[in-house]
Design a protein around this ligand. Sequence first.
Ligand SMILES: [Zn+2]
Length: 280
Amino acid sequence: MLVTLKEILKIANEKKCACGSFNTPNMASIKAVIGAAEEMNEPVIIMHAQVHEEMGVCKMSEIAPVMLNMADKAKVPVCVHLDHGTDLGYVKKALEIGFTSVMYDGSELETLMNYVNTTVTVKLAEKTGASVEAEIGSMGKREGGGGDGTSIYTDPDEAKDFAEKTGIDALACAFGTAHGMYLKKPKLDFNRLAEINSKVSIPLVMHGGSGVSPEDYTRAIKCGIRKINYYTYMANAGGRAVERLFKKTYYHDIEKVAIEAMKEDAKIAINVFSGQNRSL
Ligand SMILES: [Zn+2]
């Protein structure tokens, strides 16, 4: 069932847990993530990242119809979300295609421009009923990997002002996580996160979820995190699972093994985020 981010975050808020949010740049990962969510009986968010189009991984115009179709047919609520839309034209295109949620990322711009463009995104999304996530502070380079030293932690007062003035539905904040593989163990600033949560009334989003320990996820959820972006380790699990198959098999067999491995990884993540803590 296709739903908006707002609807999914309402469920997460009621259950005081976080919803897993996974990048799905190909059919295999869409199948893996939706399959995992169905087996865990939890809502899920699948995302197309603008940077994946820039890197030549997949085009939004090609992958979005597949994401929307599979979300629609899923047995659990699924939100189709644009991850890190950095230009308004691209965000507008996503809304026209039917994304039920978009993230506008103006975190690398001057603060005023971030306010202006985020407000424009909220107005555009109102027309289609989609939800909006935005970011204040910066998690550093989008593909910089762990701890490249360019992140600016989110200021709690600025976060409050930004959320109120722009009218967004979810706020991504920087408190020590980073995108990609962590080069060293992440140190998260939970005091800052708790303070942001006490000042901001909308759900908070954690980016760079791969590689964070289960204890830290749980603590972050207690401090108001309701959406956790997770991709790198899942994609890596798929890659590692097929390594030994390359020489002796057909591509469809490789894909099957990758889907299974990514599904298992996504299930483990959803198990922690949802607070089910089943023995899988
Ligand atoms: Zn991110």
